[in-house]
Ligand binder design. Structure first.
Ligand code: HEM
Length: 516
């Protein structure tokens, strides 16, 4: 089963917090590795040293959190996998794309710091020998791949990730992209492809007067800033209380790396990585109306994994079979951009599951893990225990002490939730333990339950501040360049995911939904 999380957390000032040394692989020669820590995690709030629940309690709680699909949300399902793509961008360790020689410590640090620079798309850029393979021979456009014909669905250029390098069947199947985690399931893979197309279209839109030597850098800056704008104005307000996002982006941070030099290297708070941003797990559906061929729930989560190459086999093929090409009209709502001709009936549309304390059934049994460790909810909870993460109550107190205004959940709210996980199967003692020292992830998902499936309070603060800092510390940054405005949307203030897709796919139905 795909693993897109770390197994070890190098927390600045604390060292390696984990039971295993696993985690992200060492990517450089020993000498270069020694110069810099692994990916830079930090702790935003206090330690929850004596507040951790026993594994037995976490097991009960984890079981209570996974079950039949609960209520869906209004959020289009594409945003689930956009979230996964963003997570990979934030946590991408770029150092294996650096050659290990003559790499300055600053560059090493940057490669292992969270940023929203799209290095998961660009690697270290076309002039870096280890990354040149991702680019066309002009060194400016990114490569795309061709699907393989199946039945009446012909092979189509530009609808799969590039593949085909290497000698073994598995190596030829692997996507030629900087971050292989973006080929972990078909939904995130097609999201990556949309970003490749977006970059290529931006390159083509540059005026001819831009000299060859500057075209790539110019395009990358434009792409990155549009992407950040879309995250800030479209993605974040869908998953987080918009008031909190606005407050943080207007008035600055109160709790995380306050006063850091804007372009100093950011770190990734474990409260975000081990708890808050795992919110995406509750958005996953067990099945999708994927496209005209795999309709009415036939696009199951299992098949989305099979039709990617990190752990799947593309159905035994070397490239994506054409009948699996995404129908983006079913994943994003183009009526937001006044394109009624690019919409599908509600019954065909996919909405994400509500962000809440319940996860879809298949996540109870992740293949590839020992049976008693295969429940994703349990894994998240136990990971938090491992790093002694602060509890929901501790983070509430901590954030309040930093001047953040928020209302703590009441005992009854935490216990009963609103159509989320039912704690009825826990013994009274177990329930009391959970309600006293509530694991942060559970706490912030409960908060979302009382906010129609959007993070608020503690969860919203952690997510908004972490994103703000990651954008601030990125090489191209809309936070450090507040007068910047998008140019590829309908007006100078608007650039949403639907605008990105419209630009990338030329606004054409035959590209956004080639199977009809
Ligand atoms: C398609 C479905 C997905 C599956 C099967 C999946 C599975 C996993 C697994 C197995 C882990 C490691 C758990 C552990 O042992 O600690 C993990 C970590 C994580 N996941 Fe997911 N995930 C999915 C989608 C998402 C989405 C949509 C988001 C966010 C929007 C997300 C955010 C995270 C984060 C933030 C981590 C920790 C990352 C890190 O350690 O750096 N995941 N996921």
């Amino acid at each position: 089963m795909p693993k897109h999380g770390s197994e070890s957390f190098f927390v600045l000032g604390e060292g390696l917090l984990a039971e295993t040394r696993g985690g992200r692989a060492r990517t450089l020669g020993a000498a270069a590795e020694a110069q810099v820590a692994p990916f830079r995690f930090s702790r935003m709030g206090p330690k929850g040293a004596d507040r951790q629940l026993s594994e037995a309690n976490l097991k009960r709680l984890g079981n209570a959190m996974v079950g039949p699909d609960g209520p869906a949300a209004r959020v289009p399902a594409g945003f689930t996998y956009l979230g996964q793509f963003i997570d990979h961008d934030l946590t991408f360790d770029q150092t294996d794309k650096m050659l290990g020689e003559n790499v300055s410590p600053a560059r090493l640090l940057q490669g292992r710091s969270p940023s929203l620079d799209l290095d998961s798309l660009y690697g270290a850029g076309p002039s870096d020998p280890a990354s040149a393979i991702f680019y066309e021979s002009d060194g400016i456009h990114l490569k795309m791949g061709k699907t393989v014909r199946i039945g009446g669905d012909r092979a189509m250029e530009g609808f799969d990730l590039p593949r085909g390098a290497g000698s073994s069947a598995a190596a030829r199947r692997a996507a030629i992209i900087p971050d292989p985690r973006n080929d972990e399931n078909l939904a995130v893979a097609q999201t990556h492809l949309a970003l490749i197309r977006f970059h290529n279209r931006v390159v083509d839109s540059l005026p001819g007067s831009v000299p060859d030597g500057q075209r790539f850098a110019r395009a990358r800056r434009l792409v990155t800033k549009h992407y950040q704008w879309m995250i800030k104005t479209d993605y974040l307000p869908r998953i987080c209380a918009p008031g909190v996002v606005n407050d943080v982006f207007t008035n600055g941070r109160k709790a995380f790396e306050v006063g850091a030099a804007p372009n100093a290297m950011p770190t990734m708070p474990i409260e975000f990585s081990v708890a808050a941003f795992r919110l995406g797990h509750s958005m996953i559906r067990s099945a999708y109306n994927w496209n005209a061929r795999f309709d009415n729930g036939a696009g199951t989560l299992d098949l989305l994994f099979e039709f990617a190459a990190l752990n799947g086999t593309l159905g035994g093929s070397q490239r994506l079979p054409s009948n699996w090409i995404a129908d983006f009209r079913r994943l994003y709502d183009f009526s937001e951009a006044n394109k009624p001709n690019l919409t599908v009936p509600e019954a065909k549309f996919n909405r994400a599951m509500r962000i809440d304390t319940s996860l879809a059934n298949p996540l109870k049994d992740l293949p590839g893990f020992p049976q008693n460790e295969a429940n994703l909810a349990f894994r998240n909870l136990v990971r938090a225990r491992m790093v002694k993460l602060a509890t929901g109550q501790q983070m509430t107190r901590f954030l309040k002490s930093k001047g953040v205004q928020l209302t703590a959940l009441t005992h009854a709210q935490l216990r009963d939730g609103r159509s989320g996980a039912d704690l009825g199967a826990l013994t009274q003692q177990q329930r009391a333990a959970v309600l006293k020292n509530t694991p942060l992830w559970f706490y912030l998902l409960r908060e979302a339950e009382f906010n129609a499936g959007r993070l608020k309070g503690v969860g919203a603060r952690i997510v908004a501040e972490t994103f703000h800092r990651a954008m601030e510390g990125s090489q191209a940054s809309i936070v450090r360049d507040p007068s910047w405005r998008p140019e590829f949307g309908p007006n100078r203030n608007t650039f949403r995911m639907v605008d990105l897709l419209l630009f990338a796919f030329e606004g054409k139905k035959k590209l956004l939904a080639p199977l009809g």
